[in-house]
Design a protein around this ligand. Structure first.
Ligand code: SF4
Ligand code: FES
Length: 241
């Protein structure tokens, strides 16, 4: 387990013996049990991010045995269960490792860099007033489904942690696709892709070299093809300038 008392402290791996864990316990429940023992012994509990514990919020960020979110495909850490490990296994648990996600404490990293990308263009402009009828703006079913698929990105950051370049392209591509497929997202479509990519670079994320590690660990199955879509949007937007 990675222990690091603060952003500028040197961290190190510490081994803990955890007993009495049900195979049906989630990975986070296992850490809860360990933390109860640590607290009872007067030790500092392990800091880790979590909220919903049902695969929605994207907070439970940790690298388990070298894989972001652990060994089960398409799963968040909170939905990973201990039955995927054998009794007596030694499990390495570390925080996301990426220049743009500095460690705050133990397994908690600062993901403000993701917010900066959203602030740069992850929105639409809509007039205020009475909400329009839901069917007033027709959206082809194919586009609605694809936009919905992209919108399932929970901003967990696993894609960044898995990328050898520390790139956030899959995350940014999901956000750009989500809005770019809908009529409401068209007015800012060009400025969005340019500004979000600039914000991504400014925040310290690395460049994408099509390694594909991001899509392998994404708990929501965001496909690599969305990065191609982003690049296409970017080229068109730049050409119009
Ligand atoms: S693209 Fe997937 S891995 Fe990346 S932040 Fe979104 S849900 Fe997480
Ligand atoms: S705690 Fe919310 S996705 Fe895991």
């Amino acid at each position: 387990m990675w222990r690091q008392s603060g952003p500028s402290s040197p961290g190190k791996m510490v081994t803990y013996d955890v007993k009495g864990i049900s195979p049906d316990a989630s990975f986070l429940e296992m850490i809860d049990v360990l933390n109860e023992t640590l607290i009872l012994n007067g030790d500092d509990p392990i800091a880790f991010d979590h909220d919903c514990r049902e695969g929605i919020c994207g907070m439970c960020s940790m690298v388990i045995n070298g894989v972001a979110h652990g060994p089960e495909k398409a799963t968040t850490t909170c939905q990973l269960h201990m039955r995927h490990f054998k009794d007596g296994d030694v499990i390495d648990v570390e925080p996301w490792r990426a220049a743009a996600f500095p460690v705050i404490k133990d397994l908690v990293v600062d993901r403000t860099a993701f917010d900066k990308i959203i602030q740069a263009g992850g929105y639409i402009s809509a007039p205020t007033g009475t909400a329009p009828d839901a069917h007033a703006t027709p959206v082809p079913k194919k586009d609605a489904d694809a936009a919905f698929e992209a919108a399932t990105c929970i901003a967990c950051g696993a894609c960044v942690a898995a990328c050898p370049n520390g790139s956030s392209m899959l995350y940014t591509a999901a956000k750009i696709t989500h809005l770019g497929l809908l009529p409401q997202g068209q007015p800012e479509r060009d400025s969005r892709v340019i500004d979000m990519l600039q914000a991504q670079d400014d925040a310290g994320f690395g460049g994408c070299t099509n390694m594909g590690e991001c899509a392998e660990v994404c708990p929501k199955g965001i496909p690599l093809s969305l990065i191609g879509r982003l690049n296409s949007d970017y080229r068109k937007a730049i050409a119009k300038r």
